[in-house]
Design a binder for this molecule. Sequence first.
Ligand code: ATP
Ligand code: MG
Length: 444
Amino acid sequence: MTALEATGRLRPYGIMVADDTARVFDAIAQHGGRARFVGGVVRDALLKRDLIDVDIACDLPPEQTQTALEKAGVRVIPTGLKHGTVTAITEAGAYEITTLRVDVLTDGRHAEVAFTDSWLEDAKRRDLTFNAIYCDLDGTVYDPFDGETDLRDGRVRFIGVAESRIAEDFLRILRFFRFQAWFGRPPIDPIGAEACRNAAKGLLDISVERIRDELFKLLASRSPASTIGDMIGFGVLPVILPQLTHTDCLRIMQWLDSTALADPTVRPDPLRRLAALFSSNGADDDDKGQEDNLAAAEKFARGLRLSNEETGRFAGMVAHAPLIHPKMPDDTIRRDLYRMGATAFRDAVLLAWSTRAAVPPRCSSAENEKWKTLLQAAKNWQPVKLPIQGRDILDARLAPAGPRIGELLKQAEEYWLDHAFAPDRNELMTYLARQSPARKKETK
Ligand code: ATP
Ligand code: MG
């Protein structure tokens, strides 16, 4: 059977009804082909969510899809001709268009594919029931595995035999948990989860970049902690990232960032959530502990191929959180904000708060108020700059060019911090003049 039976309708909206989308569909039809929405866009449309990426399935071979689109004046990038994928770029957005296909040879990482004219065969090679729903431009829905029911019931289910589907492509293990976090309702499908447990070692063959991307997508869901708990419980996460153990801390973090605080400066943040999961390892508040935390966090972040910026942010919060506590004096808060900036300070506060709240005794409401005060300090923070520079010290002949300038600047900064940033340029120069041994000798 090559055709799919229509099973329902949805009302298209957003990018589904954009003129550019119609142009893409028309171009393919003009060339004798047929296009249908598939994957995320259909799944999200059934849930009436914002539509972002558009995946399209099409029965023309990829070169012909390319020609058809170019003829219609649509810009095309041949992103993966071998696998049947081209990307159409329009003002309304990008469309990933993939020719109907079957996987003929798989090894868990790569697939050799063959093109087909069978919509059902194309559906069977997809991973989850609700990811294999197709939809015409006019909203006619084709749902061969009753994915819509699964979606509405929060059931994340592999198409076909879970073990075999995972053996074809081990990344599906992570996709299974990612979609569980986004659309699943506990308890997790035991058949899929057991199959993931049995195949978990296969993830060692998957590239770190793909693992990282999936993990970040999972952590961007509203409440990832229970799914992360399942990934640990079913022995999946320990195979690839044994450092991620602290689900209790993540649970508090997700509660703070998506429910409790209702603060636009505190949004769900996958990197901060990752730090929460990681933070329990070796948290200690002496200097040695802080250095160890920093080194361990940097090593972990680099291993996960995070960018330099992400690595710095991640390691910074892990190392700094143990130094933050609700009874911090104002002076220390000020110094931290000055040295770290509001964003890094806020990260460290949230991580410290989550770490604290994850262990008994429960935070009293008075303690929670104190934590909130720290966040408020970050919100109110206006960056300030030391009012003098090395040049000023040179010009005033308080020291010759060289390392002494840096030492004096440091002294001035300490004085300025001790006095809550109040001293202005004149006061700082007078203070330094009093400190400088050279000047003292001159005036004797
Ligand atoms: P989103 O784009 O929101 O992350 P998506 O479901 O659209 O989710 P994509 O990675 O864009 O995911 O893939 C589009 C579709 O391709 C999926 O819905 C699924 O049908 C199929 N697919 C993607 N990756 C796999 C895979 N590893 N195994 C089987 N099918 C897959
Ligand atoms: Mg997609």
